[in-house]
Design a protein around this ligand. Sequence first.
Ligand code: SF4
Length: 216
Amino acid sequence: MNVMKEWWSVTGKKTRKIAAELEKLFPVAKTELNFQNPFQLLVAVVLSAQSTDRQVNKVTEKLFLFVKEPRDLLDMGEEELSRQIRSLGLYRSKARNLIKIAEILEREYQGQVPDSFAELLKLPGVGPKTAEVIIGVGFNKPAFPVDTHVFRVARRLGLSKAKTPESVSLDLKKIFSPSSWIDLHHRLIFFGRRICKAQKPSCNICPFPEFCQKEE
Ligand code: SF4
């Protein structure tokens, strides 16, 4: 690491610059998934594995006319749910998990989505990233979900050297204030999708060349 990068890495100036520039680039920080309540968000996030937000929104536009709470999914049944989401990858396992989730929510949580990280992780098909999204986006509580874009960008910007999304999330939580976590999550995703792409990033318009630690 050169002297300049080392200096930036030990000052809060770096994190302030990243937060400020991302806010300028992406003033509106919100998920691109459509939903009206925490349960619909949970359904949308489960559906989004290996699918784009646009594909999921296309499916949920119709699905959410009928599905507003777990009971609606149980009334629909796994076969019809599979049929409605069949344009998405892994649709059979997603349908199976969603029906199991709806059963558990009805049986153990009075049809409500729990707002606890530990409880969410008990649901089938719900991993740490999904749980953090539900907590942060669905319940507006401090959470820093790390998806593939946040993982890549955080490492390229030298915000974390960790090798798993969960560890990167812990690092990001240490260097940014809790009130900024969820907005930064959205903005790092936008930055990763539109500028710091996995392949052929648009480095010519990147506001952070001095921080970049991308290996060639
Ligand atoms: S310079 Fe390029 S690779 Fe590095 S952070 Fe910016 S966009 Fe990403």
